[in-house]
Design a binder for this molecule. Structure first.
Ligand SMILES: Cc1cc2nc3c(=O)[nH]c(=O)nc-3n(C[C@H](O)[C@H](O)[C@H](O)COP(=O)(O)OP(=O)(O)OC[C@H]3O[C@@H](n4cnc5c(N)ncnc54)[C@H](O)[C@@H]3O)c2cc1C
Length: 394
């Protein structure tokens, strides 16, 4: 494996780095563990403005085809882009799920009219989207979903409920899975469609995170009329469409910026005292920190191995599920050790002399488990590795 970037890739990185340094507003920069959803309407609108600038400079959805506003960039540019974006602490585009999951799904399954109407507006931020897949009785077992879309001739009539819908409070549209044929076996009789959230009969109720943020929602549908043209992919074959979306989502759900979190942990071991000397000189602390760095290196190299497979045109190996598990659980281990090291300083929602960034750190600790659940739980990923890679019985 060649770890060096080519001169072209280095130039790409330098151009992006200087653009981000010049354009990311200081007060919009996010913590590595920062939530995708804006904490309030004002920040949402400012992030939308920033996304417009990204779009105009073609620095968003860079792997999307040029005809929809992307750059048609290759895998290596995408890899560099993600690292630089994290490094700059740039805020998530408010349309992250659409750019990462739904847009690419629509490119595969949408009609020409659907692609023309929606794709570019996702990148520019003119439309905002959320994902309506999970329901109270359908998460890991997504095919158990019960929200019903009944064919009423000129439209579908929608009744039911979605849950954990990130960012619905700021969204114009929801893409969703619904049951269109209740008599069919579980994985059949599901269809994929999208819904204008301003339609009569839609009610959005907030669900509040442990850190007090309003990130996701419950969304209720009471006799909501959905135009027939909003169907994506064939009727009753939405499970295939869902597999496309989830494939894109899982590859992005391993957590982010572990290196930045480890760097801050290193600094704190030098600042915190243990037994009258810097904690960094204590052999137990040194071993714990070294172990976390080793795990991060293994995680990073596994990502590169997956990238190399893709560059060689090979089908995805087990790395994707491995990355999801190791990335999500590494974030938990980093933050668990952070609380062990800092004690009550890690639990203060504000600055202290030892941790001027106390509020950020508390946020990291509280949200460190998010990636073990979102985009499919780590337990389910273990099942996938066991059954599909190791050939173990179900
Ligand atoms: C931050 C966040 C954002 C989210 N955003 C969205 C969103 O925007 N849109 C959306 O549709 N959904 C969203 N989700 C929902 C997410 O996809 C589900 O939470 C996830 O798929 C798990 O489903 P569940 O919560 O119903 O848990 P369950 O499926 O009920 O699982 C409960 C526990 O049982 C375990 N378990 C279940 N089945 C098995 C099995 N067969 N073998 C071993 N263990 C098992 C699970 O791993 C888990 O630990 C979000 C979740 C989070 C945390």
């Amino acid at each position: 494996m060649d770890f060096e970037f080519t001169p072209d890739q280095q130039a790409f990185r330098a151009e992006l780095r200087s653009w981000l340094e010049a354009h990311v507003p200081l007060d919009l920069r996010i913590d590595p563990s920062g939530s995708i959803t804006a904490p309030n309407r004002e920040i949402f609108e400012r992030r939308r403005q920033f996304q417009k600038q990204l779009f105009e400079a073609r620095w968003i959805g860079i792997w999307w085809p040029r005809e929809y506003g992307g750059r048609g960039a290759g895998l290596m540019e995408q890899y560099i882009y993600e690292r630089e974006y994290e490094r700059a602490r740039a805020p998530f585009p408010h349309n992250y799920p659409a750019i990462n999951q739904w847009g690419p799904t629509l490119m595969n399954w949408g009609t020409p009219a659907q692609k023309a109407r929606f794709l570019t507006r996702m990148l520019s931020g003119e439309d905002s989207w959320c994902q309506g897949y999970s329901e109270p009785g359908a998460g890991s077992d997504l095919a158990a979903l019960q929200t019903r879309a009944e064919d009423r001739g000129d439209c579908f009539l929608l009744n039911g409920q979605k849950i954990w819908t990130s960012g619905a409070q700021f969204s114009d549209w929801m893409y969703m899975l619904v049951r269109t044929d209740p008599a069919a076996p579980k994985h059949r009789g599901i269809s994929c469609m999208y819904l204008d959230l301003r339609t009569s009969g839609v009610e959005i109720r907030p669900l509040i995170f442990i850190n007090g943020e309003h990130h996701f929602n419950q969304v209720f549908f009471d006799n909501v009329q959905v135009p027939k043209e909003n169907l994506v992919g064939p009727l009753h074959e939405g499970w295939k469409v869902a597999m496309t979306t989830l494939g894109f989502e899982r590859s992005a759900a391993a957590g982010r910026a572990h290196d930045l979190q480890l760097k801050r942990l290193d600094e704190l071991t030098r600042a915190a005292a243990l037994g009258g000397r810097p904690a960094a000189q204590d052999s137990y602390v040194r071993q714990r920190v070294a172990q976390l760095h080793i795990e991060y290196e293994a995680f990073k190299l596994s990502g590169m191995r997956a990238l190399t497979r893709q560059l060689k045109g090979l089908p995805p190996g087990p790395e994707r599920s491995m990355m999801k598990i190791t990335g999500a659980e590494l974030a938990v281990r980093i933050n668990r050790f952070l609380t062990e090291l800092l004690g009550h300083h890690a639990l203060v929602d504000g600055a202290t002399p030892l941790v001027p960034d106390g509020a950020e750190l508390l946020n990291r600790v509280l949200l460190s488990r998010v990636h073990c659940v979102s985009g499919g739980t780590v337990e389910i990923q273990r099942n996938i590795i066991g059954e599909r890679t190791l050939g173990l019985p179900k």
